[in-house]
Design a protein around this ligand. Structure first.
Ligand code: FAD
Length: 358
């Protein structure tokens, strides 16, 4: 049995490593020659996903920065704290730089007998030899032909990302502020560096100067030495209507892309990998073929959960957006009240950690 993974991003490499660890032959096929991964982007990984990654994919202990607490503030309530999530025993979240995760995965896959990384145009590849094809690439011919039915939402916002250099502090608390212009996250990555994701409504590429000022305005605790170059990305969410076509399965952000406000996009993908690997291992152990039946099982198991989860994230965005437009404080006050209830707080923390495990 040989599996083909199309694409060369974080999802493609993570999935390849998970499969290789199960002694499954994998070809990672991509026509991107010079893959340049963004240096200012970071990913927050939830505690249970971090454990799963370490045990089943690759030990990333050395490249992560651990966070004990997440604090949520609302500009509408004069920057009052409305939610506080913490885990006294373990870390709540870990942050990792995208490019470091990419590099460590890439290195772990080079010179491995079970994995070939092939740089080639799709039309030159003989796809018939693969029992399963997993597609993570937005622009190849499979995507255009089989995965064009989707629910898309454009947020009319740009995500501005950068890293700030600041004086040393213990730096194990992440902060998210729902500002009047959109959600702003401070995600610590070391004692003296913190990553910023600021999603600004109706913004444009010329806003960078203004973004520097806004970051300084909302900064609550850092003695900033330098704000590095700001990168911008268009924000939209997208959900495919069909997860698969025959033995071709869509995966990663191609399958579901969400607003970054809760830092859950890649976390959803890690949970998907967990489920996919369980299906594959089960079939492998019973000597059953790894074919399109894997894809239908995967879709049946996950589609509704991912749909609810993605919509939940969108709903949070919409509530804060509405509050901003109406210029009232109802939602922030309600969240603050609810968050004080320990059961509700625990429930929110579990959803952020494990997703929807119905
Ligand atoms: C601002 C921001 C912050 C985020 N923060 C978090 C977070 O804290 N936690 C979390 O879980 N998720 C977060 N996410 C989501 C997370 O970054 C994505 O889910 C993840 O990177 C998707 O990886 P992917 O391989 O599926 O897609 P992509 O990286 O988009 O790659 C898909 C395919 O596109 C092609 N491609 C991609 N990049 C290039 C390139 N440079 N050159 C050529 N081809 C390319 C490749 O073929 C690749 O296989 C965030 C997203 C954004 C925009």
């Amino acid at each position: 049995m040989r599996v083909c993974i199309l694409g060369s991003g974080l999802t493609a490499l993570t999935l390849a490593k998970a499969l290789v660890n199960q002694n499954i032959f994998v070809d990672v096929v991509s026509d991107v020659v010079n893959f340049k991964i963004n240096k200012s982007r970071t990913i927050g990984i939830s505690s249970s996903n971090f454990d799963y990654f370490n045990k089943n994919i690759l030990n990333i202990e050395k490249i992560v920065w651990k966070l004990k607490r997440i604090e949520i503030y609302s500009d509408n309530l004069k920057n009052e704290k409305i939610l506080n999530f913490e885990n006294n025993k373990n870390q709540l979240f870990s942050t990792v730089k995208n490019f470091q995760l990419y590099e460590i995965l890439n290195k772990s896959l080079s010179n491995v007998d079970f994995c070939k990384q092939i740089k080639s145009k799709n039309k030159l590849v003989n796809f018939k030899k693969y029992s399963l094809i997993i597609n993570t690439d937005y622009s190849n011919s499979f995507t255009k032909k089989f995965f064009n039915k989707k629910l898309i939402k454009t947020y009319n916002s740009l995500a501005h990302t950068t890293i700030i250099d600041h004086e040393n502090i213990s730096n194990d608390v992440a902060v998210q502020i729902f500002t009047k212009k959109g959600p702003l996250a401070f995600l610590p990555i070391s004692k003296n560096r913190t990553s910023i994701v600021y999603s600004i409504h109706n913004s444009n590429n010329n806003l960078t100067e203004n973004t520097y000022k806004l970051i300084r305005k909302y900064n609550l605790k850092y003695k900033i030495k330098k704000i590095n170059t700001i990168e911008t990305f268009d924000l939209k969410s997208c959900m495919l209507r069909n997860y698969y076509h025959g033995n071709i399965l869509a995966f990663g952000d191609l399958l579901h892309r969400i607003h970054p406000l809760a830092g859950q996009g890649f976390n959803m993908t890690i949970r998907d990998i967990n489920i996919l690997m369980d299906i594959i291992k089960y079939k492998n152990d019973l000597g059953l073929p790894i074919d399109s039946s894997v894809n239908s099982q995967f879709e049946n198991n996950l589609k509704h959960k991912n749909y609810i989860f993605s919509n939940g994230i969108d709903l949070i965005h919409e509530f804060f957006n509405l509050e901003r437009k109406l210029n009232n404080t109802f939602f922030s006050k309600s969240v603050k009240l609810l968050g004080k209830n320990s059961y509700v707080n625990k429930f929110f923390t579990q959803i952020a950690d494990k997703g929807i495990n119905i």
